[in-house]
Structures are given as structure tokens and as C-alpha cells.
Design a protein around this ligand. Structure first.
Ligand code: NAD
Ligand code: UD1
Length: 336
């Protein structure tokens, strides 16, 4: 297949480009490099002996999109491009709605004009808000607590409504749980700007000596050790989930959501201990107050992805912490 990947230079996108290359697909990447560098794609090229065509540009640039769709006969689009920092989204909601919601609408308009109506969209478990029970299935009520979350929920709604209005759309909304880890080569991985918001990049920056200690946000949650529980999923499992969705889309009718998680919940301290044990490196931490907006626990029922897409996560917690550390220790300054 020939596939357009928006945001393909980013963390999850670059791992997915690698996976698609290995499966024999042709890839064109469109990315404005607002949160990434082309170095990731160069390294994917080295790992797979195959170069994705790279176009530097913005998904909100409708003329550019129309030109790209005129020049290439795409079978599908995987749409990663988006901003993802929750705190920044609270400070600059206009930016998030423009980039994530308006950007997705521009993309879908250009797709429809070109008759390319297979779309895989990067959604998030954040659309479940604070779930009433666990594990979470796709039919749980949806809500959001910040503009980033709303932007994901709004794009989901745009997709559902588009698919009702035009039955030619075939859309997979992939709701990722907590992506972590890196390709096993240690050549590509997550390269956050500034201070990481997310747990695993923070742990690895403490371990490599860039930060003094981890703040564990709250130890009084109703979980097995009082710290927050999440469903961490290896980014290579996630990348393979996109491949599975891509392969299934021609058979799918309309718009469907799929949880991509492992179904396992690990606490913050579980992840710290696994990281220390597997990598034989200390991660100093202190208990800090809860982070506003955090929930106690969140993990997936990923049965629908298994039954429908034939996909299931196969990588373990040890794989996740080992590959995170390989990437971080070999690339202490990321791609810089
Ligand atoms: P990332 O920031 O590494 O990748 C996003 C890419 O999109 C970057 O390369 C960035 O330069 C590009 N981009 C942003 N706005 C663009 C625009 N207007 N036009 C063109 N390119 C643009 O993030 P990621 O972790 O790889 O996330 C990919 C997608 O998955 C995002 O939509 C994110 O919201 C979603 N997601 C991520 C997580 C996570 O924890 N990483 C969890 C759930 C959902
Ligand atoms: C966060 C976002 C969510 C987004 C997801 C994916 C918030 C409130 N939620 O989810 O919208 O979809 O990232 O990237 O920002 N933790 C610490 N210390 C740290 C960092 C995190 O103890 O320095 C804890 C958190 O309290 C949480 C767990 O680690 O219990 C995971 O945190 P994080 O990696 O930020 O992911 P989420 O909060 O699940």
C-alpha cells in the first residue's frame, strides 16, 4: 500500500514508519517538525534500508495537501500530527484546537476531495476521562478534562459524523493507553523538548543524570501501593497496531474505535523498580503531592483490537524499561 503518514517524524510516527517499511509498504511523511527532527527518519532509513519520502509542511496548509494528494495515489492515511502537551493545551487552547481539530478537518477535506477515505487516527485513552470502572472498553462514556483531551474527542466526533454522512469513509480511531519504550536498536525513541511531562522519559532522564530525582505524584491513591496505575504499552506494539488497523480497514464499515493497550496496570513505583532492576541503574525519587487532573488508575480491555484487528500487545514490562534505557543511554541528548 502507499500510505501518507502525518506527524511521521515524531515518536510514535517514526516507529510506525519503520514497521510499515518492514511490511513492504511505501510511505510519504508530512511533518512540520514542530516537535521532531528529520534525524528520526534518517535513522529509520538506516535501520530498514528504505527511505520514506519526506515533505516538510503543515496539515493546516490545504493547498499543500491538495498538491500532495494530486501527486500520489494513496491507499490510506495514518494521522499522528498533533500537539500533545496537556499543560500547554490549558494555557493555549486556541493553538490546540487550531492545530489538532482544524488541522484534522483540513486533512479530511483534502482526503475526501482526492477520494482517499481510509484513515487511522491517533486518539488517546484520555477520552475516557475518569473511568467509572476498569478495565475500560470502547463503549465507556467519553469525556475530557483539558483542551488536549477535548481536541481528541472533537476529532473523534468529526470522524464519526463524517462516516455517517458518507459511507465511503473507513476510519479507525486508535485509543492509545500509555506509549513507552523505543525500537530495540536504541537508534530511535522519544525525544521530548524541555522537561518531560510523562513518567518514562522523566525516569530515564533521572537515571542518565540529567535530572536529580523523580517526583512521584501522590502515594495515597486507591491502588495497590498508593501510586497511580497506568497501562503502559511498548511503542513497537503500538506501531504494529497501526499496521493491523491499516490491513483491516478495507474490510471495515464506517468509523470504529479500538483500545490499544496491554490490559495490565502498573503503578509508578512498579515502573521505577522494574527500571532499576532490569537496567541496574538507580532512580532516586521522592513522594510529591498529586498532580491536578490525574486519575488513580486506567487500563484497557483490548479485546476488540484482538478480535477484530487480530492484534495483541506482546512486549513485556521488562522490554519497555530495557528499550527506554537503551535509547536514553545511547542518546543522552536525544537526536541533538
Ligand atoms: P510527537 O510530538 O512525537 O509527534 C507528533 C508529530 O506531529 C511531530 O513530529 C510534530 O512535529 C508533528 N506535527 C504537529 N503538528 C503538526 C502540524 N500542524 N502539521 C504537521 N505536523 C505536525 O507525538 P507522539 O507521541 O508521536 O504522538 C503522536 C500522536 O499520538 C499525537 O496526535 C498524540 O496526541 C497522540 N497520542 C500520543 C500519546 C503519547 O503518550 N505519546 C498518547 C495518546 C495519543
Ligand atoms: C498523560 C496525560 C494524558 C495523555 C497521556 C499520554 C495528564 C493529566 N494526562 O497521561 O492526557 O494522553 O499523558 O501522553 O497529563 N507521574 C509521576 N511523576 C512524573 C510524571 C508522571 O509520578 O514526573 C505519574 C502520574 O501521576 C501518573 C503516571 O506517572 O500516575 C503516568 O503519568 P504520565 O506519563 O504523565 O501519563 P498520564 O498521566 O497517564
Amino acid at each position: 500500500m502507499k500510505v501518507l503518514i502525518t506527524g511521521g517524524a515524531g515518536y510514535i510516527g517514526s516507529h510506525t514508519v519503520l514497521c510499515l517499511h518492514e511490511a513492504g509498504h511505501d510511505v510519504v511523511v508530512l511533518d512540520n517538525l514542530s516537535n521532531s527532527s528529520v534525524e528520526s527518519l534518517k535513522r529509520v532509513g538506516e535501520l530498514t534500508n528504505k527511505c520514506a519520502q519526506f515533505i516538510e509542511g503543515d496539515i493546516r496548509d490545504e493547498q499543500l495537501l491538495n498538491r500532495i494528494f494530486n501527486e500520489h495515489a494513496f491507499d490510506a492515511v495514518i494521522h499522528f500530527a498533533g500537539l500533545k502537551a496537556v499543560g500547554e493545551s490549558v494555557a493555549r487552547p486556541d493553538l490546540y484546537y487550531d492545530n489538532n481539530v482544524n488541522g484534522s478537518m483540513v486533512l479530511m477535506r483534502a482526503m475526501k476531495a482526492a477520494g482517499v477515505m481510509r484513515l487511522v487516527f491517533s486518539s488517546s485513552a484520555t477520552v475516557y476521562g475518569d473511568p467509572a470502572s476498569l478495565p475500560i472498553t470502547e463503549d465507556f462514556p467519553l469525556s475530557a478534562t483539558n483542551p488536549y483531551g477535548w481536541s481528541k474527542l472533537m476529532v473523534e466526533q468529526v470522524c464519526r459524523d463524517a462516516a455517517v454522512a458518507d459511507e465511503n469513509w473507513q476510519i479507525a480511531l486508535l485509543r492509545y493507553f500509555n506509549p513507552v519504550g523505543a525500537h530495540e536498536s536504541g537508534r530511535i525513541g522519544e525525544d521530548p523538548n524541555d522537561i518531560p511531562n510523562n513518567l518514562m522519559p522523566f525516569i530515564s532522564q533521572v537515571a542518565v543524570g540529567k535530572r536529580a530525582e523523580l517526583s512521584v505524584f501522590g502515594d495515597d491513591y486507591d491502588t495497590h501501593d498508593g501510586t497511580g496505575v497506568r497501562d503502559y504499552i511498548h511503542v513497537m506494539d503500538l506501531a504494529r497496531g497501526h499496521l493491523a488497523a491499516l490491513n483491516y480497514l478495507p474490510k471495515q464499515k464506517g468509523c470504529e474505535a479500538y483500545n490499544l493497550g496491554t490490559g495490565n496496570g502498573y503503578s509508578v513505583l512498579d515502573m521505577v523498580k522494574a527500571f532499576e532492576t532490569q537496567n541496574q541503574v538507580p532512580v532516586p525519587y521522592r513522594i510529591a503531592p498529586r498532580r491536578p487532573g490525574d486519575i488513580a488508575a486506567c487500563y484497557a480491555n483490548a479485546g476488540k483490537a484482538e478480535q477484530v484487528l487480530g492484534w495483541t500487545a506482546t512486549m513485556t514490562q521488562d522490554d519497555m524499561v530495557r528499550d527506554t534505557w537503551r535509547w536514553q543511554s545511547h542518546n543522552p541528548n536525544g537526536y541533538k
